[in-house]
Design a protein around this ligand. Structure first.
Ligand code: NAD
Length: 377
């Protein structure tokens, strides 16, 4: 059985199989094939794969014809997958959008699609949780990007030439990326404030030594899975005033707020940006979902007055070796779950991870979720 990966398209730098994970698959009885140069942008040369027994294949269509499991980072377009055999399993970060071409194409071709975006956030699935492994790196890199664009230094310094005040960092959204941003900014010596609509975030923020900023109201927006829900209009109004107040005093704002299945909430308005200090920096991690700042633009670094707005959507891709290693490890854990016998794949319909993450199988859309409902009927 052949596990393979392609060279990702666009400006993606990460790769889904590293030489280290290729070795693990081979040890488990799989064959491994990697499209030529797929690992180069992450620092993994073709020779590094070949040395451990993986095949480097130049001709994409020849690679696809031999593939049984295709590991991806981002959603491929069907025309780039022509030639994949029936019953192939494709794993990657796919949205549950049955109106987009990939899901109908996989249904028609009887190809199985498993989305890393849909792996449940449960303890048992932590080792497969690539949303967390990548968001953690994005939070770290967001702070480094902000700091290098910032006109001043971050920590307090007492020098003979004078005393330097520490920078103030405001983190909006204290999920996985936000908590890592807080930890990174603290390590650099910043004074950190953080805001989240979930009450549970307060304790986590405080345990990292940051101050939790709260809207003084009886609302907790946490829903199942630890995610946030949409807030009321009254809450949003109070939240906007609070963020406006803190952002004006901050040197760096890192925004990471997301609501599953929706556009990202707008938290930093134009009028706030216009009142921020000259030289301040905003890093908006939510630009792929519309952005948390009214002015940020996806994959662009722009200036509004004297404020720098960084809207890079693939921050984990700026540390491609680490990001690939973690993602590739997430995939190994998932393949281990699926392959009960060496080099064989089995979808246990009673497993919550399979139920939630398999988007289509044998031509059916969300096949195991349906099976679960029927079982309960
Ligand atoms: P996410 O990317 O969906 O959202 C990021 C953060 O934005 C969240 O903390 C959310 O509450 C916050 N947010 C949403 N709207 C906001 C607003 N208007 N203002 C301010 N903040 C707002 O979240 P995530 O990082 O993927 O984490 C989601 C949840 O899953 C968290 O509770 C996290 O602790 C939990 N989690 C659990 C596990 C596990 O147990 N295995 C693993 C990872 C994450």
């Amino acid at each position: 059985m052949m596990i393979a990966t392609l060279r990702e398209t666009g400006n993606e730098t990460r790769v889904a199989i590293t030489p280290h994970t290729a070795k693990q698959y081979i040890k488990s009885g799989f064959n491994v094939a990697v499209e030529e140069n797929a690992g180069c942008a992450a620092g993994f040369a073709n020779e590094a794969y070949e040395q451990i027994g993986a095949r480097i294949i130049k001709d994409r269509s020849s690679l696809l014809k031999q593939t049984n499991i295709l590991l991806c980072l981002n959603e491929p377009i069907p025309k780039d997958l022509e030639g994949l055999p029936q019953n192939t399993l494709i794993i990657g970060h796919f949205d549950n959008t049955p109106e987009e071409p990939l899901i109908p194409w996989c249904q028609k071709k009887q190809i199985t699609l498993l989305s890393m975006n849909l792996i449940p956030r449960i303890s048992r699935a932590q080792s497969m949780d690539s949303l967390s492994s990548q968001a953690n790196l994005a939070g770290y890199k967001a702070v480094l990007e902000a700091v290098s664009a910032f006109h001043r230094v971050v920590p307090m310094m007492m020098t003979a030439a004078g005393m330097i005040q520490p920078a103030k960092v405001l983190v909006l959204g204290a999920g996985v990326a936000g908590l890592q941003a807080i930890a990174t900014a603290k390590r650099l010596g910043a004074i950190v404030y953080a805001f989240d609509v979930r009450r549970a975030a307060k304790e986590q923020v405080e345990s990292l030594g940051a101050e939790f900023v709260e809207v003084n109201q009886d609302q907790d927006s946490e829903i199942q899975g630890g995610y946030a829900s949409e807030s009321s209009e009254e809450y949003k109004q109070k939240q906007a005033e609070l963020i406006d107040d803190f952002a004006k005093r901050a040197d760096i704002v890192i925004s990471t707020a997301l609501i599953p299945g929706r556009k990202a909430p707008v938290l930093v308005y134009k009028k706030t940006v216009e009142q921020m200090k000259p030289g301040s920096v905003i890093v908006d991690l939510a630009t792929s979902r519309g952005g948390n700042c009214e002015l940020s633009e996806r994959d662009k670094i722009i200036k509004h007055g004297e404020v720098t707005l960084i809207g890079l959507s693939n921050l984990a891709g700026l540390v491609p070796a680490t990001a690939s290693e973690l993602y590739a490890n997430n995939l190994v854990h998932l393949i281990n779950l699926l392959s009960t016998k060496p080099s064989e794949i089995h979808f246990n319909p009673d497993d919550e991870i399979i139920q939630q993450a398999v988007l289509c199988h044998q031509g059916n859309y969300l096949p195991f979720q349906v099976a679960k409902e029927n079982n309960h009927a």
